[in-house]
Design a protein around this ligand. Structure first.
Ligand code: GSH
Length: 128
């Protein structure tokens, strides 16, 4: 067995990264990962983006390096990978569900509202 520690590239303002973080904590596997975290505009962002950009056309966070040189994206796929390995069902994880049904749901609604308002402003500009 190699002593490679899987690496997670996380944008700490990102709700999908938070979703993954909730799963990892509740699954008890947080310590198995090495984290490369950034907050937009901080001194870590450029190096983390550059590393991820080598492997994907478009950077997306979270990104996981699960084996040396092997990367994957999509929070849902990353969660499914470890849930499968551990025999866990995220549907039965109370904190994960709390996050998905509360803050994550609110985030989606807020995003939809922003899109609706932007469209409204755009339409008013056109008709004015
Ligand atoms: N479907 C993706 C969504 C991830 C996503 O949209 N992440 C945003 C941050 S919230 C992102 O990486 N945006 C591109 C960027 O920041 O360069 C997932 O579940 O992982």
């Amino acid at each position: 067995m190699s002593d490679f520690k899987p690496v997670l590239y996380m944008k700490t303002s990102c709700p999908w990264c938070m979703r993954l973080a909730a799963f990892l904590v509740e699954a008890g596997i947080w310590d198995r990962f090495e984290f490369r975290n950034f907050y937009e505009g901080d001194e870590n962002e450029a190096a983390i983006r550059a590393e991820v950009a080598e492997h994907f056309e478009k950077a997306s966070f979270p990104t996981l390096q699960y084996e040396p040189g092997k990367y994957m994206i999509e929070s849902g796929d990353i969660i499914a990978k470890y849930a499968d390995e551990l025999g866990l069902d995220p549907e039965n994880m109370p904190f994960y569900q709390y996050f998905m049904n509360g803050p994550m749901r609110r985030n989606r609604e807020t995003f939809q509202e922003l899109m609706r308002l932007r469209k409204e402003v755009e339409e008013n500009r056109v008709t004015a």
